[in-house]
Design a protein around this ligand. Sequence first.
Ligand code: ADP
Ligand code: MG
Ligand code: MG
Length: 254
Amino acid sequence: MATLEIRDLHVSVEADNATKEILKGVDLTVKQGETHAIMGPNGSGKSTLAYSLAGHPKYTITGGTVTLDGEDVLEMSVDERARAGLFLAMQYPVEIPGVSVSNFLRTSATAVRGEAPKLRTWVKEVKEAMQRLNMDPAFAERNVNEGFSGGEKKRHEILQLELLRPKIAILDETDSGLDVDALRIVSEGVNRVRESGDVGTLLITHYTRILRYIKPDHVHVFAGGRIVESGGPELADKLEAEGYESYTKGGASA
Ligand code: ADP
Ligand code: MG
Ligand code: MG
């Protein structure tokens, strides 16, 4: 069983000619088969954590470690992270000119699996996964992220997740910009991957609503660049009722 271990992670960004520390000692362990929700106010550093794990060059690791089964993730290139079994939805947030969804998915699957999927079975696999996500087959021929709506981006994300079957998946704001129907379809996709039993999921969100569809095993409150409280699913209910105020008083938020 794969284990992602984040230890005392400190991360800074350069902004306005100054160095700003955003992550201030994040500790978290995610094992295959577990679902963790990270919840917190806007600006607390949740996306910074996701980008840092994805290896985004804008974010400088100034302290701490991230390992996957003892292997140093921070030393890995973006592609190596994917091959090691990490799925980071925000890895390719940009348009990729001239690359269709279909080709992009096959290239990604080839990188992750170490060999190109057989074309006939692959086409079928993609078609079926798209049907489950209520996606128009024509979507496969569009260029990656070109003119994608918020909902299409999220579906594309879950389509990748279903096809790539990572060990650990990190999903940032998977619920933002989705109407209720799309939220349900996307959540069902995440749950299908979960039920396969061999993925660990880190679900990062500001809102509690996605947790009506995806039940986390562990809930963490993120404020001021670190995890300030951890608990079970009942912590999400408390956050839904009370909000984040008690965590951000006294300037605890970044
Ligand atoms: P969250 O996802 O919890 O809303 P973010 O990680 O997006 O929080 O942002 C945390 C803080 O870091 C904010 O104050 C934000 O302005 C700052 N920040 C994040 N990324 C950058 C960046 N690339 N350049 C400058 N500031 C950034
Ligand atoms: Mg520290
Ligand atoms: Mg964010």
